[in-house]
Design a protein around this ligand. Sequence first.
Ligand SMILES: Nc1ncnc2c1ncn2[C@@H]1O[C@H](COP(=O)(O)OP(=O)(O)O)[C@@H](O)[C@H]1O
Ligand SMILES: [Mg+2]
Length: 289
Amino acid sequence: MYQVLKSKPNYIGKVRDVFEIEENLILVSTDRISAFDVVFSEVIQGKGLVLNQVSLAWFEFFKDIPNHIIESDSTKYPEPYNKEPWLKDRSVLVKKCKRIDYECVVRGYLSGSAYKEYAKTGQIAFKNYPSGFKESSKLPEPIFTPARKNDSGHDENISEDTLRSEIGNELFTQLKQTSIHLYSEASRVIESEGLILCDTKFEFGLDDGKLILIDELLTPDSSRYWEKETYREGSSPPSLDKQILRNYLETLTWDKNPPAPSLPQNIQDEILEKYKILEKRITKCISQK
Ligand SMILES: Nc1ncnc2c1ncn2[C@@H]1O[C@H](COP(=O)(O)OP(=O)(O)O)[C@@H](O)[C@H]1O
Ligand SMILES: [Mg+2]
């Protein structure tokens, strides 16, 4: 891994290593993989490169929305980070922000935990919905389903009203509108490649009081991507993202608490293969716009 850098990362996240450099951060997408907030001991070689490139392509596409990116060419980072081969193509230099400690999730289709909740209670994110939706049904319009970020343990789903009361109506409206806009535009763009964006999550920060988009953007770690060709309402379509891992884990008796089970080589290979296919198709359709 790090060959030149002597210092350790200031923060080791589930997937990213973070170095603090005064007002900025270097976010390094490692090859680690996590599911249900548990990190696996296996690494998927090359996964971090894909994540970083997909995220950068989307940040470039949405450049009109203020974001945290300062530099993606690691040879232009301050010394000694510019000399570190491990940072090349898998890291970004970003503006360090006051993070808004909520995940801004947008769902266009009913999948995962939201489907489970709906099937059990008829509700999605604390709101009642008519009966008749199936697994993977397209929702009448994209919905905003925020979650509170918890430093330890799992993030906690909260209602729009709770979020509004905790951060104020003005910031709430900005987060919701920007999130829905990002989801809708991204969905529209990838349609030409036969891709569907089922759901995704965004993170935002405040920089001198101004709202900016931070973290990773529309990556296969933070989003569910499906293919139109294999999409069927009433079933869970094959996906080009981390769902491959979650589906495998559901076949085990693992209780989703650490330690993580071991990951068979064929699952590791499939994840990398699908991530690479996604990278190719997303960069292709973005570059044509
Ligand atoms: N511009 C930024 N300013 C401050 N924090 C950021 C910024 N961009 C991303 N982050 C944070 O950096 C961390 C990235 O590491 P990650 O592996 O995603 O960690 P986690 O396990 O917390 O999800 C996250 O906690 C994310 O919220
Ligand atoms: Mg994260």
